[in-house]
Design a protein around this ligand. Structure first.
Ligand code: ADP
Ligand code: MG
Length: 260
C-alpha cells in the first residue's frame, strides 16, 4: 500500500483541533515520551505561537535563538533548530514571533508546503514526528496537515466540545483533495475523561459513529497530574510515571506504534 511505501522515513502525525484547551499539547508531549520509551526516535514540532509545548519540555521560549519561525521563513534548516529534551525526544521549539511568520507566509507561493519541505531532510533521522498545532485552522495548521501522514484529534468528553469537529473534518477533506492525498485521520483521542460522568460516557459512545471516525483507546482520564507536569519541564510520563493518565497515553501510543 502507499502507507507502507512511504514508511522508509518518519511517520508524521499532526495533533490538531481548532479549539484551545482540548489537550493537544499535553497529548503531543505525552505520546512523544511514550514513543521514546518504545525506543522510537521522536521529533516534536511546536507549531503554536503560544509555545506551550516548548515551555512544557523545559525550553524557555524567550531564550530560544533558532525556532520553527526561522525554519518556516527559510532562514535556517530544520536540523539547526532542533534541541534535545530530557524526555528523550528532540524538539523544534516555537516562540511568540511565530504569529508574525504566519503573516509572512501568506503571500508566498506553495505556502502550505513549507513545513513538509522543511522536514523532508529530517525524516531519515526519526521514526515519528509529532506536530503540535495552534488552536486555529490557519495556514500553520494547513502546513501541519499537508506535512502529515496521520491526524489525531484530541477531544474532551464534555458537553458541546465536539462542535467544530465537523469544520475540522471539512478542512481535512479539502487538504486530502488538494494538498495531501496521503493524509489519514488516525482517530479522535478522547481526553479529560471522567468515567463517573454519564454524560462523558454518552459523548464517548456517540462521537465515533457521528463522525464515522475511529476512536483511539483508552480515553485519557481527567487528572490533576497533568497540570503539575509542565512546571518541571518533563511530561506526565516522567513526573507521574504510574498515574492513570500516563498509563492511558502509553496504551494509546502502543496501539499507534504498530502503524509507524
Ligand atoms: P491545548 O494544547 O489543546 O490548548 P493543553 O494540552 O494545553 O491543551 O491542555 C489544556 C489544559 O488542560 C492544561 O492546563 C493541561 O494541563 C490540562 N489537561 C490536559 N489534559 C488533561 C487531563 N487529562 N486531565 C486534566 N487536565 C488536563
Ligand atoms: Mg496547545
Amino acid at each position: 500500500t502507499s502507507a507502507e511505501q512511504r514508511r522508509r522515513g518518519a511517520t508524521v502525525i499532526a495533533v490538531a483541533n481548532q479549539k484551545g484547551g482540548v489537550a493537544k499539547t499535553t497529548s503531543v508531549a505525552s505520546l512523544g515520551a511514550a514513543f521514546a520509551e518504545h525506543g522510537k526516535r521522536v521529533l516534536l514540532v511546536d507549531l503554536d505561537a503560544q509555545a506551550c509545548l516548548t515551555f512544557s519540555l523545559g525550553v524557555d521560549p524567550d531564550e530560544v535563538e533558532t525556532s520553527i519561525n526561522e525554519v518556516l521563513l527559510g532562514k535556517v534548516d530544520a536540523a539547526e533548530a532542533r534541541v534535545a529534551c530530557e524526555d528523550g525526544v528532540d524538539l523544534i521549539p516555537s516562540m511568540i514571533e511565530l504569529a508574525g511568520a504566519e503573516a509572512q507566509l501568506l503571500p508566498r507561493p506553495g505556502r502550505e508546503y513549507v513545513l513538509r519541505t522543511a522536514l523532508e531532510p529530517l525524516t531519515g533521522d526519526y521514526d515519528v514526528i509529532l506536530i503540535d498545532c495552534s488552536p486555529s485552522l490557519g495556514v500553520l495548521t494547513l502546513n501541519a496537515l499537508t506535512a502529515a501522514h496521520g491526524l489525531v484529534i484530541p477531544m474532551p468528553c464534555e458537553m458541546l466540545s465536539h462542535r467544530g469537529v465537523g469544520q475540522l473534518l471539512d478542512t481535512v477533506a479539502d487538504v486530502q483533495r488538494i494538498l495531501n492525498r496521503d493524509l489519514e485521520v488516525l482517530g479522535i483521542l478522547p481526553t479529560m475523561y471522567d468515567g463517573r460522568s454519564n454524560h462523558a460516557q454518552a459523548v464517548l459512545a456517540d462521537v465515533g459513529e457521528r463522525y464515522d471516525l475511529p476512536v483511539l483507546s483508552p480515553p485519557i482520564p481527567k487528572t490533576v497530574r497533568f497540570a503539575e507536569a509542565p512546571a518541571v519541564g518533563r511530561s506526565i510520563l516522567t513526573t507521574a510515571r504510574t498515574s492513570r493518565g500516563a498509563k492511558a497515553y502509553r496504551d494509546v501510543a502502543a496501539a499507534l506504534v504498530k502503524s509507524l
